[in-house]
Write a protein that binds this ligand. Structure first.
Ligand code: PLP
Length: 406
């Protein structure tokens, strides 16, 4: 079939988690321990993440979406509030804020990087409405100008909640210092996803990072039904304490409702085990990205990688090729199907939110040319640590052949 190569039976997906025997042993150990829900592995995972990104508090949770919702709740967002997000992102970014009753304001992006810029935020600000929070998205693993976004948010007194679902392991230069995404130097809260296509696979999982003690307490409370267990905060004086004035050992209160967004020890044991290999995952992804860049360079400007953010060392969650489909005889669906027919997966990240029927019905038609251009050109090619160099050769050969460039 196709190029006659002998790899047709092995499908190369656009992403694949890397699970080894240590991962399996770590999960089996939790199963044998009998402690399946949130316990010691969750605490160890949170400490290890905090160490890794250099932040005081990490709240592990059920998914990246849960993390974004927790961050929105902890920031006090609700009906009447507004959150600015890029139009080009996963549905989860918008859904998490909408779930609080807040509105989202969809901003444009740089068509070359896919990232929202401070100028995109400024252009989207409504005249007569306060924007309470902004949520830049570190698309593909590249940081969306954290210091610039923090400054733009400060001007309008908005909280920064960074959607770093793609960017666990990314670092950037900040005033001459290398800092990790998640360190919360430029965001009140940063949210990671550990969905299996992401940098660490936990089955499902996520985390919120913060340097703010009060936000950390709120995040933990919202993760656990909103349950208040701090005696000093108890309001039910007559039922909270025994005759000696000691808090009743079973007692809890509800002040603001929360969710069950806890993550289990099973998931965190896997996350902890995976974390040991994070540096090798990143190194491998970077090497594969370099190889893609090198092999695709002769096909510019018809095919080019996303533009690189200066001063950043991305973890590279995705490898996105930007393809000028007006310059080739095939449309994108033919390319996706053509690649699939030779055993290669590809994907489009993402359909812009402002083109979604829900948002058109809710806010009316909107034109965001940067997001539309990026969307019209983007194609995510296979990228995961276990890929061989030869797989990149095969993807580039097949892609350029399907595009009619060779
Ligand atoms: C940009 C972005 N934000 C948020 C999420 C949500 O993460 P999760 O799938 O862990 O809920 C994702 C995952 O797909 C994502 O890509």
């Amino acid at each position: 079939m196709g190029d006659g190569a002998d790899h047709d039976e092995v499908f190369l997906p656009f992403a694949r988690p890397d699970i080894d025997e240590d991962d399996i042993t770590a999960v089996a150990a939790v199963l044998r321990s009998g402690w399946l829900t949130a316990g010691p592995a969750v605490r160890r995972f949170e400490e290890a993440l905090a160490d890794r990104v250099g932040v005081p508090y990490v709240i592990a949770c059920a998914s990246g979406t849960a993390g974004l919702h927790l961050a929105a709740l902890a920031a006090g967002l609700g009906p009447g509030d507004a959150v600015a997000i890029p139009s080009l992102t996963a549905l989860a970014t918008a859904n998490a804020f909408l779930a609080t009753g807040a509105d989202v304001i969809l901003c444009d992006i740089d068509p070359d990087t896919g990232l929202m810029r401070p100028a995109d935020l400024q252009a989207a600000l409504p005249e007569h409405r306060r924007v309470n929070a902004i949520c830049p998205v570190d698309l593909n693993g590249q940081p969306a100008d954290p210091p610039g976004m923090a400054a733009a948010a400060a001007e309008i007194r908005a909280v920064v909640i960074e959607d770093a679902a793609h960017a666990f392991g990314t670092t950037y230069e900040r005033q001459g210092e290398t800092v990790a995404v998640g360190g919360c130097r430029d965001a009140a809260m940063t949210v990671f996803s550990f969905h299996p296509t992401k940098m660490l696979a936990m089955g499902e999982g996520g985390a919120v990072c913060t340097a703010d003690h009060e936000l950390a307490a709120r995040l933990r409370r919202f993760r656990d039904h909103g349950m208040e267990r701090t005696p000093i905060a108890f309001e039910g004086r007559s039922i909270a304490f025994d005759r000696s004035g000691a808090p009743n050992p079973w007692y809890y209160e509800l002040h603001v409702p929360g969710m069950n967004y806890r993550v289990s020890d099973i998931h965190c044991a896997l996350g902890l085990s995976q974390l040991r290999r994070l540096d090798s995952f990143i190194a491998r992804r970077r090497a594969l990205v370099e190889k893609y860049d090198r092999l695709l360079a002769p096909f510019a400007p018809v095919v080019r990688p996303v533009a690189r953010v200066p001063g950043a060392a991305p973890c590279w969650h995705l490898y996105v090729a930007l393809i000028d489909f007006e310059a080739v005889p095939v449309e994108r669906s033919e390319v996706v199907l053509g690649l699939r027919s030779v055993g290669i997966g590809s994907m489009v990240h993402y359909v812009p939110l402002h083109l979604q029927p829900y948002f058109i019905r809710r806010y009316g038609a909107q034109e965001l040319p940067g997001a539309e251009k990026y969307y019209s050109q983007a194609l995510s090619l296979p990228l995961f640590p276990a890929m061989e160099d030869a797989d990149v050769d095969r993807v580039v050969e097949s892609l350029t052949r399907v595009l009619g460039l060779v």
